[in-house]
Design a protein around this ligand. Structure first.
Ligand code: ZN
Length: 255
């Protein structure tokens, strides 16, 4: 099932997209638990897709692909390296990445995003599947120069528009070995597979939920494969994850 969040005639709702990605069945309320269709069906072309979730927090994992850690001159860390991106950094599939004026080196990072489906803490390994609603594409947009200059990554990875998510949440997906790519203006820049992750998604959910309560809609970014590089104003950047779809955003000057 593909769950989208969208606006239509001024109202924001969730819906389930059909197999051909032509229509969307409107849901009453939120998509957690047992989704309740209202019976209303809209043409996908008539709605505006929004970020598929507005998370209370985004917990991201750094250096979770060995080849990416190596390209930035780092070892794979002993324990997963985690950081936050704020809720205010989230944009959807129709919005623009606004180049932050304090940086001159903004990079794309294609990532698989995990969307949490129920409140949880200290999730045992065997029950991780129960707390996951589904998966979507993410771009962990990063001001690399600021990241290298500042000890904490809050500004480098947390500026407004630094977390494109979408285009929707796929709930029936085995995330163990999916192709993940990034293109800029149609040119392939990153091509990896989720099977190259140092820590599995289950390991990451266990590790993060050992420390903090995860709420429905919270998002975990699972790291980026090798091939990160710069974006320029005017670029169109696309993240594709096999079995989910493609998230495309344009880079613009901050208005
Ligand atoms: Zn990242």
């Amino acid at each position: 099932m593909r769950i989208a969040r969208f606006s239509f005639e001024g109202a924001v709702t969730f819906g389930v997209i059909d197999a051909e990605a032509e229509s969307v069945a409107v849901l009453a309320g939120h998509p957690f638990g047992e989704p309740q269709p209202t019976g209303q069906v809209l043409s996908l072309s008539d709605v505006r897709l929004l970020p598929p979730m507005l998370p209370s927090k985004i917990v991201a994992v750094g250096r979770n692909y060995a080849a990416h850690a190596a390209e930035l001159g780092h070892e794979v860390p002993e324990a997963p390296l985690t950081f936050f991106k704020p809720s205010t950094s989230v944009i959807g599939p129709t919005e623009n990445i606004a180049y932050p004026p304090f940086s001159s080196e903004v990079h794309y990072e294609a990532e698989l995003a995990v969307v949490i489906g129920r409140m949880c803490r200290e999730v045992p390994h065997a029950r991780v599947g129960e707390v996951i609603l589904g998966y979507t594409c993410a771009n962990d947009v990063t001001a690399r120069d600021i990241q290298q200059r500042e000890g904490q990554w809050a500004r480098a990875k947390g500026f407004d528009t630094a977390c494109p998510l979408g285009p929707w949440i796929e709930t029936e997906l085995d995330p163990a070995d999916l192709a993940i790519t990034c293109t800029v203006n149609g040119e392939l820049r990153q091509a990896g597979r989720t099977s190259q992750m140092v820590r599995s998604i289950a390991d990451l959910v266990v590790h993060i939920s050992d420390a903090m309560t995860l709420l429905p809609g919270d998002v975990i970014l699972t790291g980026t494969p090798a091939g990160v590089g710069p974006l320029a104003i005017g670029d169109e950047v696309s993240v594709t994850v096999e079995g989910i779809g493609t998230l495309t955003n344009r880079v613009v000057k901050r208005g």
